[in-house]
Design a protein around this ligand. Structure first.
Ligand code: IPE
Ligand code: IPE
Ligand code: MG
Length: 248
């Protein structure tokens, strides 16, 4: 195979999804409060967003707060929401200048009014961004998202706006929070845990998975490059044979 063919066969990476885990353990290792880990985690987010822009990745989904994380101590939940508000205000100028479009997925109705308002403002202000779509998963759970989508489908059917016999994978997916977004090509999880923890259950059906022991606050440009290099060696078949994928 010529070098050129090899290069053109590398799988495209349009959408990167990350389960940012290990903030608490990062802090514990340093005998710091868990919130210090979350603070450092925000620094990692800033750096990885810059790296995605540099790599020309068009969509970055970050799992920031799960539907299950509501069960954490009140103090930690409040601190995380405070960090989110700080992040939004500190990144506003940069997002506008660099064409970063913010999108939020999850059950936003569970978030406080000020958080909902700040997110809606940021989404509206950055809606024209063309460089990178930054998708923040907040109060997000894959099962919860699929359940909410199913209820919308059922309601439309009851109202006579949708013929259930016409429903297929493609049309169902438009009812998800990610309805207009491409599916993730690569999903990274930090911190050594090897599970999905309810992230993008439907959308990650054919995502390549990459796990690293590095805690999220230590995940930097070098660690991202390792994941991207690993991804470029993957062979995505989507259920087909090797020969079919090569177009033979
Ligand atoms: C990930 O880090 C951030 C959130 C889930 C909000 P954790 O807070 O889960 O950190 P660990 O897993 O306890 O180390
Ligand atoms: C997953 O991390 C959720 C986020 C990264 C926001 P968790 O720390 O909540 O996941 P589990 O509990 O270890 O599966
Ligand atoms: Mg965790």
């Amino acid at each position: 195979m010529s070098e050129l063919t090899e290069i053109t066969q590398k799988p495209p990476l349009e959408h990167l999804a990350i389960i940012m885990d290990g903030n608490g353990r990062w802090a514990k290792q340093r005998e710091l409060p868990r919130i210090a880990g979350h603070q450092q985690g925000v620094e990692a987010v800033t750096q990885i967003v810059d790296e995605c822009v540099r790599h020309g990745i068009r969509f970055l989904s970050l799992f920031a707060f799960s539907s299950e994380n509501w069960g954490r101590p009140r103090q930690e939940v409040d601190a995380l929401m405070g960090l989110l508000l700080q992040y939004l205000s500190s990144q506003r100028q940069k997002m506008l200048a660099e064409g970063i479009r913010l999108r939020v997925i999850g059950d936003l109705s569970r978030l406080s009014e000020p958080v909902q308002a700040a997110l809606a403002d940021a989404e509206r202000e950055t809606s024209q961004g063309q460089t990178l779509t930054l998708i923040l998963a907040l109060s997000y759970g894959g099962r919860d998202e699929i359940m909410r989508a199913t209820k919308k489908v059922a309601q439309q059917a009851l109202d006579g706006h949708l013929d259930i016999n016409q429903l297929d994978n493609r049309s169902f997916s438009t009812f998800l929070d990610t309805g207009d977004l491409p599916e993730p090509d690569l999903m990274i999880r930090t911190s050594g845990e090897v599970r999905i923890s309810n992230f993008l259950l439907w959308q990650a059906a054919y995502a390549e998975l990459y796990f690293t022991d590095v805690f999220w606050p230590d995940f930097d440009a070098v660690e991202l490059q390792k994941a991207l290099d690993d991804y470029l060696r993957r062979k995505r078949r989507f259920g087909l044979t090797d020969d079919q994928v090569k177009g033979e």
